[in-house]
Design a protein around this ligand. Structure first.
Ligand SMILES: [Zn+2]
Length: 192
């Protein structure tokens, strides 16, 4: 075990607004919950760090369609839609990373405007495992930024789901993650 890399789990934006019934629902969004819960439990049992990112927008942000952005209103700070999905494991050992706070930025990545990279380095983490919502936005950008910050990445293909504004966006995102040097694990890894 001495050679095993120190790793951390990053659960991206498993929040009510991204799940069925939410304002920006991802198809089958809740399908990511069981595999992520298994990993959360496994990481915590081994004393390995677990992070949950959350989209945490101000009510007025250029990220929203009404103010010139792409998206319907979602995950506004302190609203029910911004809460983590109730079935996702909650535990005091999990570190919550809030992002998307800057009203002039999209804030897709868990590393954008946060101290996530510093915390990971302080803890000696070399490899991050990433899953959550949505594959083609916040998961992808978190994976790409993790690679850019020098971390090895396992992208958990079975524990993420895409928005697919355009058909195939999710698969394209997985290819971008692979090209950036992330290891794709799970069923989608078998795709050419
Ligand atoms: Zn957002």
């Amino acid at each position: 075990m001495a050679n095993e890399k120190k790793k951390a789990l990053i659960v991206v934006d498993v929040q009510n607004d991204f799940c069925p019934g939410g304002s920006l629902a991802v198809a089958e969004g809740t399908a990511v919950v069981p595999p992520l819960n298994r990993l959360i439990k496994e990481f915590l049992d081994h004393g390995e760090p677990v992070f949950k990112t959350r989209d945490w927008h101000p009510a007025r942000t250029k990220h929203f369609e009404f103010y010139g952005g792409t998206w319907p209103v979602h995950c506004v700070q302190n609203t029910p839609g911004a809460e983590f999905h109730p079935d996702l494991i909650d535990d005091p050992r999990i570190t919550i990373v809030s992002k998307g706070i800057d009203e002039s930025a999209d804030g897709y990545s868990g590393f954008d405007g946060t101290n996530l990279a510093e915390i990971l380095r302080e803890q000696g983490v070399e490899e991050v495992w990433v899953g959550g919502l949505a594959t083609d936005y916040c998961v992808k950008h978190t994976v790409l930024d993790a690679r850019g910050a020098g971390f090895e990445v396992k992208a958990l293909a079975d524990a993420m789901r895409p928005v697919n504004l355009n058909p195939g966006d999710g698969e394209q995102a997985i290819e971008e993650m692979r090209e950036a040097g992330a290891e794709i694990v799970g069923a989608a890894a078998a795709r050419p």
